[in-house]
Structures are given as C-alpha cells and as structure tokens.
Design a protein around this ligand. Sequence first.
Ligand code: SF4
Length: 244
Amino acid sequence: MTELIKTPRTGETLPVKAGKRTNPLANVFDELVRFAQSRSLFMLHYCTGCGAIELPPSMTSRFDMERLGIQPMVSPRQADILLVTGYVSVKTLKRIILTYEQMGSPKYVIGICSCTVNGGMYWQSYATAKKLNDYMPVDIYIAGCMPRPEAVIAGLRELMENIRQGKADSWKDYYRHYDHYLGHQQRLFGETWQTPTDVIAEARHYGLFGPDTLGTHTALLEQHQRPLEALEMKVDIPELMARR
Ligand code: SF4
C-alpha cells in the first residue's frame, strides 16, 4: 500500500510504500527495544476484589516480582500494566475505564480472578460488570478463585514474552474498535457517558483510526458531549492570613 506523506521541511508530498524493515541493524535495534520494554514494566494494581490479597506475596521476598523488572506504580500516566484483581462493580468500572484511558500507549491489561473473565460467583449480581474485555481490551486473563502467586507470576511472564515478541498489541484494538467498547460502556452507564479523554483524536495520532473507530455510539457521544471545564483553584490570601 502506498501512502502520501508530507515532508515537514519543504511541504512536498511524497509517496511512501509501507513495507517490512529490511535493514538487519534496524531489526536488531527493534528487538533490543522490545526486550528492554518487556523487562522494565510499571504496574498499576487496581485492587477491586478479593484477588488483590495475592499481590503482596507476589511482590515481596518469596515470589519477588521485581526480579522480573516489574514494579508497582501509583500513577496511570507512568504505568504500563493495569492489573484488575477481581470482581468489578459498575461504579468501579467507570474509574477503571478513566484510569485505562489516562495511561500512555502502549499499555497492557491483566484481569486476575474468574470474576474478571465472566463475573464468577457474582454472575447474577445487578451491580457487577461481567466481562472486562467488553469494556477495554484485555491482554491476559489469570483465572482462579483466587489464583495463587505462582499463577500471577506465570501470567506476567507470558505478557513479558508477548511484549518481547511484539505480539502484545491489544491496546490498538481500543482505538480501532472504539465504537464497540463505547457501546458496551453506554449500555451500562447510560448514553450520556463521557470521559475526559479524546480517544478519537488519539486514534488519529497513533495512526489507528479505522472504519470501526466511529459508529452509532460515537455519534451518541457527540450528541451528548459537554465541553470539559478547566479546573480552577482560587486562593483567598486575606482569608488565609486571617486564619494564621
Ligand atoms: S474470583 Fe473469587 S477470589 Fe477472585 S474476586 Fe471473584 S470471588 Fe473473589
């Protein structure tokens, strides 16, 4: 496939053919980058259910997750992995989606516990979301009620291997099929649901805008979207001085 690319300096339009990188050195460099990426992962653990109790032993001395190059991170902006550790209530799911959208790409999601796979023992609960991958792409599921630290480590190792081989690209699905994910989110939260992230602009930015990025659900979003208000912080100096 030939694409037309505008050169930044002269503004000239040139045809560029997409193809495999043939320079062996470039391929070695790509492999090195992927290897480094797979061995330096920041993990945001979103402790939603009882499965979270398996994380302290996975992180500390006996199983020692850090020996794999994986370390906990408190901010979504710096995190690579989002770990969802059990059943997800409808209210919590909103926060998980906000967190996921705030993470920089490439990003990976791991669902721990059977509850993230199919709702588990909360299958009939009115307040619980059943399948996490209806709302965001999930890279690895670690099933069990609850899975032991060995299983958690095995799941993480599998993700690392997928990253090293360049196969862990489910995050691209969120951009390519945004309308599908947004549709599931709207079914649960109502058609006025919106997040502060402009996913469609991000899809364009990453070159992942596809025929399924937009659809009936993004049209609904456009219809209801409210402009985001800037946060304002007012400091009343005289009042502060009076308090001292
Ligand atoms: S699978 Fe079991 S341990 Fe995990 S969150 Fe569900 S009920 Fe709790």
